[in-house]
Write a protein that binds this ligand. Structure first.
Ligand SMILES: [Zn+2]
Length: 299
């Protein structure tokens, strides 16, 4: 199982799916420039783009972060048995995600903290599972940390527009609300320290309440940027948004600022959807940036 080590902290990738984005790049990216894709084909194929299918390769995974004090699951993918008729990639899945988590050495009841960078359907699914026809929290001993703003926007009872958003309303009802009703949710505002190693910071744009997580210890630094960066090509083209970014101008600003900070801090960056090897460092290339992929310490 692919694992990266930062001092006494390990980060393991728990895969749900590795496959093609549902849209071709010209529709996936707002601001797409075909010449940029053409220029980078040598490293994009095969792990980040398939010319044959004209599709980006994207991964749906969780990051399992073991800090010594806490076992944290960051983002929880699409989940099994979820009704997502508008999104074939997430509709009625049956993946062995929990077996993969166990293979990494962690049973669901050993997760201390579940953290969602935002409340889109591909980041909350395994928060719950179907038991006797009811959605119950999958990680029975965990505190689930959600951004308070995301909770407000995602809840169709308080924001009826959430029901019109394919990524929000239904996912809130089956993957967020049952966690809140079970008393397992903690809503966080602004910057929030989880322990000595991990800090949640606001990183708005992809969604208004989107957060990122910094990991820092004496051995180094990492950034879990969620969907602030969707695809490795955006390291070269930070002005491209994904079509799913809800606040386009803010998303561009946040992306650039996270790239700058990551480059300055020599951080290993763990995004939500990059293709293999899924982790990058950011190099300055003139006035631009370039990704430098980071292989796991243990495969
Ligand atoms: Zn996502």
């Amino acid at each position: 199982m692919a694992t990266w080590t930062i001092g006494n902290v390990t980060v393991t990738r728990i895969e749900e799916q590795l496959g093609f984005a549902s849209l071709p790049p010209r529709q996936f990216f707002d601001g797409f420039e075909p010449e940029a894709l053409a220029r980078h084909l040598d490293w994009l194929v095969p792990h980040h783009y398939s010319p044959e299918h004209d599709r980006l390769v994207t991964s749906i995974h969780s990051w399992l972060i073991r800090t010594g004090r806490h076992t944290v699951l960051l983002d929880s993918c699409g989940g099994n048995h979820k009704e997502r008729p508008g999104f074939p990639r997430f509709h009625q899945l049956q993946t062995p995600f929990l077996q993969r988590l166990r293979a990494a050495g962690v049973a669901p009841d050993q997760i201390d903290i579940v953290l969602c960078t935002h409340l889109h359907a591909d980041h909350v699914g395994w928060n719950t599972m179907l038991v006797d026809g009811r959605w119950v929290p999958t990680f029975s001993n965990a505190r689930y940390l959600f951004s308070r703003l995301e909770d407000e926007i995602g809840d169709p009872r308080r924001n009826p527009a959430a029901d019109a958003n394919l990524l929000r309303g239904t996912a809130y009802r089956d993957s967020v609300l049952p966690v809140i009703e079970a008393g397992r949710a903690v809503l966080v505002d602004g910057e929030h320290a989880i322990d000595d190693d991990l800090t949640i910071v606001p990183a708005p744009g992809h969604t208004p309440g989107h957060v990122a997580i910094w990991l820092a210890n004496s051995a180094g630094c990492a950034l879990f940027c969620g969907d602030a960066l969707h695809h490795a090509l955006q390291v070269h083209a930070p002005h491209w948004n994904s079509t799913f970014c809800e606040l386009p101008e803010v998303a561009r600003r946040t992306r650039r600022s996270l790239l700058e900070r990551s480059e300055e801090r020599r951080a290993a960056v763990f995004p939500g959807h990059f293709g293999a090897p899924h982790v990058v460092r950011i190099r300055a290339a003139g006035r631009e940036f370039a990704p430098q992929f980071v292989e796991p310490d243990r495969a």
